[in-house]
Design a protein around this ligand. Structure first.
Ligand SMILES: [Zn+2]
Length: 172
């Protein structure tokens, strides 16, 4: 039986915007106007035109591209992994929400309750405004490095900290 993952507590809501990037290509061209290969892209590493023998000229070509959301996430995950961060964003499990909102939700990886732990007899936590405020404060101070990574990736204006409930199925 697969059980839902229920996350209750603070999470960072990050609005994802398409990330424009510029890619620069060096092209090797023959610049002899009378040559049949004039302005034709020559094979990588060639120094002379294979047709007229003129020296190959290098030309930069700048292409505006978009990084895909998957690439973007992989980059953020790699930065978080580099500091051993417990923050996760289950994008596959929350795929529908992400598609509808274009928001990413980073939260502390849920731990499995272990038999014999203090929680095995059941636990009840009333949710109060004070509790929410103190959870958010604790989160802010514990995850300063993560917050900086997320701010750099998404832009400070696209990030907000919330306290809420997230429910999703684990990937099996
Ligand atoms: Zn040529």
């Amino acid at each position: 039986m697969v059980e839902d993952v229920v996350v209750v507590g603070p999470y960072v809501d990050c609005a994802y915007k398409e990330q424009p990037v510029q890619q620069v290509f060096n092209r090797r061209l023959c610049k002899t106007k009378s040559c049949d290969l004039y302005n034709t892209k020559l094979p990588k590493g060639s120094k002379y035109c294979s047709h007229c023998g003129a020296e190959v000229q290098l030309e930069k070509k700048i292409v505006n591209a978009q990084t895909s959301q998957d690439e973007f996430l992989a980059k953020v995950r790699a930065e978080l992994a580099a500091i051993n961060s417990p923050l996760v964003f289950p994008d596959k499990q929350l795929a529908k929400v992400v598609k509808a909102t274009n928001h990413h939700f980073w939260h502390v990886k849920p731990q499995k309750l272990i038999k014999g732990s203090a929680h095995s007899d059941g636990v009840v936590h009333p949710v109060t405004q004070d509790r929410i405020a103190s959870d958010i404060d604790t989160f802010k101070s514990m995850f300063q490095k993560e917050y900086t990574i997320l701010v750099n990736a998404y832009g400070v204006e696209n990030i907000s900290l919330h306290w809420g409930v997230m429910v999703y199925l684990p990937l099996v």
